[in-house]
Write a protein that binds this ligand. Structure first.
Ligand SMILES: NC(=O)c1ccc[n+]([C@@H]2O[C@H](COP(=O)([O-])OP(=O)(O)OC[C@H]3O[C@@H](n4cnc5c(N)ncnc54)[C@H](OP(=O)(O)O)[C@@H]3O)[C@@H](O)[C@H]2O)c1
Length: 334
């Protein structure tokens, strides 16, 4: 059967990927609603011509490499609520066979496990693990591998934010931010990578942030931890490629403000994401092996302009969009 890829794609400069918008899919398929971004349809009528040739070629190449998460064993850190909880449910929906939840709140983890099991066929296990404690990470990974077997997809999602101007931030909070948001990614990845490399199959995903790409006053420890994480995934991807491990992929997600407990004191902005949207885009990124994803897409513009324009420009944007006032309120409540 001939496959036709939906066109009218936008070209994503960050990682040479392309994507279609749901609106586009609806129009192209002429009444047949496309539920999945980038879905491939065997027969498509009335393909739009509003597209760039480059985007279409890249989309076709990417479509060939599209993979499934069906049957995978997925470990998600910080899965007791927010984005992590949605990731667990979404991986189960897309056919992952085993979902392993990590967090510190056992009651919440148990409730997510129940939700996952009720939602489909996936088996679900949870483990109490403070990812900021290296020895605990190593011990718990070993236990998971004994109980469940090899992890094939690792999602480093757990995160914390303390907030506050540098001189008002306690040293302990700065260290905690780096232990949870940055160092934990090293410990978990070092633990699962050997089996991924040995089996020639695996995917490591990091949930970073747009604050790993441009700054925000009042959360310098959080921003620095996320910049580090972006650097970690860029280097890891390059290292694996250099060593010829093409079957183990790396994805770094950089979502903007998301409506979870983490930044709940911030006003929801026009471009705020839901945790469900972040989870859906993460699965899509895994299926299409995207190296870096910035959400919402409009944030690419902020990132590019922040790199090219003087620092005062970013400050003005923060004032005009109300983000600066929001951050002041956020820090004041800490
Ligand atoms: N919300 C946003 O606007 C936003 C935007 C961009 C990126 N992100 C990133 O997305 C990720 C998820 O954030 P979220 O918005 O879903 O936050 P959230 O609702 O506050 O959830 C944070 C999760 O991390 C876990 N966690 C925190 N410290 C931990 C530790 N030491 N050990 C193990 N688990 C720990 C928490 O579980 P327990 O309480 O059970 O330990 C919880 O499940 C974070 O990395 C965050 O930086 C968030």
């Amino acid at each position: 059967m001939r496959e036709i890829v939906l066109v009218n794609c936008a070209y994503d400069r960050s990682d040479d990927s392309v994507f279609t918008s749901p609106r586009t899919c609806e129009r192209i398929t002429g009444g047949r609603l496309a539920r999945d971004r980038g879905t491939i349809y065997p027969h498509v009528d009335g393909v739009s011509t509003e597209h760039s040739c480059q985007a279409v070629c890249l989309r076709v190449l990417r479509a060939e490499r599209r993979k499934s998460v069906s049957g995978e064993t997925v470990l998600i850190t910080g899965a007791s609520r927010g984005i992590g909880r949605c990731l667990a449910l979404e991986f189960a929906k897309h056919g992952a066979s085993t979902i392993i939840l990590w967090g510190r709140d056992e009651e919440k983890l148990s409730s997510v496990k129940k939700e996952v099991e009720e939602s489909g066929k996936a088996r679900c296990h949870f483990y109490r693990c403070d990812v900021g404690d290296r020895e605990q990470v190593y011990r718990t990974i070993q236990k998971v591998q004994e109980d469940v077997g090899a992890i094939t997809i690792l999602v480093n999602n757990a995160g914390v934010v303390h907030g506050g101007a540098l001189l008002e931030t306690k040293d302990d909070n700065i260290e905690d931010t780096f232990r949870v948001n940055t160092l934990s990614h090293f410990w978990t990845t070092k633990s699962v990578l050997p089996s991924m490399l040995a089996n020639g199959r695996g995917h490591v995903v990091g949930i970073a942030s747009t604050l790993g790409l441009f700054p925000l006053p009042g959360v310098s420890d959080y921003v620095a931890s996320k910049f580090s994480v972006v650097g970690f995934y860029e280097s890891l991807a390059a290292e694996l490629r250099e060593q010829g491990h093409r079957d183990v992929s790396v994805t770094c997600m950089c979502p903007g403000h998301t409506t979870t407990d983490m930044f709940k004191d911030l006003t929801t902005q026009p471009f705020s994401l839901t945790p469900q949207q972040v989870a859906e885009q993460t699965i899509e990124a895994v299926k299409t092996n995207q190296r870096r994803v910035i959400l919402p897409r409009v944030m690419h513009l902020t990132w590019i302009l922040n790199s090219w324009l003087p620092g005062s420009w970013m400050r003005n944007v923060l004032y005009v969009t109300g983000a600066m006032k929001d951050m002041e309120n956020f820090c004041a409540k800490r």
